[in-house]
Design a protein around this ligand. Structure first.
Ligand code: KG4
Ligand code: ZN
Length: 338
């Protein structure tokens, strides 16, 4: 076929990812994670992440090529996350991508990690309807984006003014003395608790608050206070109930605001991406509320929600197919890319 064969490299945080797509078809998605090396610190340690990327880069590349059954020389273009992310971590991926592109004489595309979280859905559910409203929920970002063109036109509709949703999960897990990363653990525990056990606050939902912005630091503090009070009173902490009630406060606001943004703008397609999109309650509540509002919702399968190389390759393939110009050979990292 004439569809572009694109290899994508992701190293913005703690996952070293190499993915390969042909057009909108996923051929390989190899991921090496340093998450366990960060666990005892309760969060990603940038220097540890950089060193892990350096060690994992070449082996992960080979795993992806084996999985796809192609040779490196077969690819039409190389895409890489240029930002946002940790400076040292990004540098490993960008340096590798530039070296491979230069050695092979192939075009290089530096891409936005956040747009890639949205674009990956294409390999799961086909071309993205435009416009699509995207809810991007990860450890570093929580944003509502209106996607008019995945390659060139994405508008920021709203975002968190403090903690990201995933960050809130990680911090609350820490308060509850649960392991890092907190999202998957709280997701699992919440299934055994009552979501209405504790009335935690819904951030920025007052009449004067920005309609599409989020705030999770007040919620985190409320959970901390609740835990402190229970401990001071010598009561056992009902961890499953705290997890379920906290989770409900997060996903209630995420889904309500995103669907309100869709309605106000007349956008009937919603895509949810980023690590927190793996959350079972978020997926269920978004589906039921979207159905009530006549909105089509798409969420990629779980392993495509967390950081990976396929998302970068998917966005790269869209850029190649749209005839976008490649990045310059002096492409740099942009840790605070908007
Ligand atoms: O997208 P991602 O892999 O990396 C960033 O770009 O940040 O997201 C990682 C975040 C972590 O905060 C993690 O706790 C959260 O996603 N996460 C979840 C779940 N799985 C991962 N949060 C809630 N529920 C989950 N099932
Ligand atoms: Zn991410």
């Amino acid at each position: 076929t004439g569809e572009p064969l694109v290899l994508g490299i992701e190293t913005s945080c703690d996952e070293t990812g190499v993915g390969i797509v042909r057009g909108t078809t996923l051929l390989a998605n190899a991921v090496a994670s340093s998450v366990q090396e960060h666990a005892r610190f309760g969060g990603v340690v940038p220097e540890v992440a950089s060193r892990a990327h350096l060690e994992a880069m070449v082996p992960t590349m080979h795993r992806a090529l084996d999985e796809a059954g192609i040779a490196l020389a077969d690819v039409d273009a190389i895409a890489v996350t240029a930002g946002p992310g940790l400076a040292g971590a990004l540098l490993v991926g960008v340096s590798a991508a530039k070296a491979y592109a230069e050695a092979l004489g192939k075009p290089l595309y530096g891409v936005n990690h956040l747009a890639a979280h949205v674009a990956v859905d294409i390999v799961d559910h086909g071309p993205l309807p435009e416009p699509t409203m995207a809810l991007l929920v990860s450890g570093g970002h929580t944003s509502i984006l209106q996607v008019d063109d995945i390659g060139t036109q994405i508008e920021l509709v709203g975002e968190t003014i403090d903690d990201a949703a995933g960050e809130a999960y990680d911090k609350v897990a820490r308060l509850l003395q649960l392991p890092y990363p907190g999202g998957p653990v709280i997701d699992r525990l919440a299934g055994q608790g009552a979501a209405d056990a504790i009335a935690f606050p819904r951030g920025l939902t007052g009449p004067r608050d920005a309609a599409y912005d989020f705030s999770f630091s007040g919620l985190k503090t409320a959970v901390a206070r609740w835990v402190e009070r229970a401990r001071a009173a010598g009561q056992p902490i009902a961890v499953a109930d705290v997890a379920a009630s906290f989770q409900e406060a997060v996903v209630d606001v995420l889904t309500a605001k995103t669907i309100a943004a869709c309605r106000e703008r007349g956008v009937t397609n919603l895509q949810i991406g980023g690590g927190v999109a793996a959350n079972s309650r978020l997926r269920a509540l978004a589906e039921s509320r979207a159905a009530d509002a006549g909105i089509e919702v798409r969420v990629p399968r779980r392993d495509l929600c967390t950081d990976n190389g396929a998302m970068v390759a998917a966005l790269g393939a869209q850029l190649v197919a749209a005839g976008q110009p490649p990045s310059r050979p002096d492409l740099g990292t942009v840790p605070s890319l908007p």
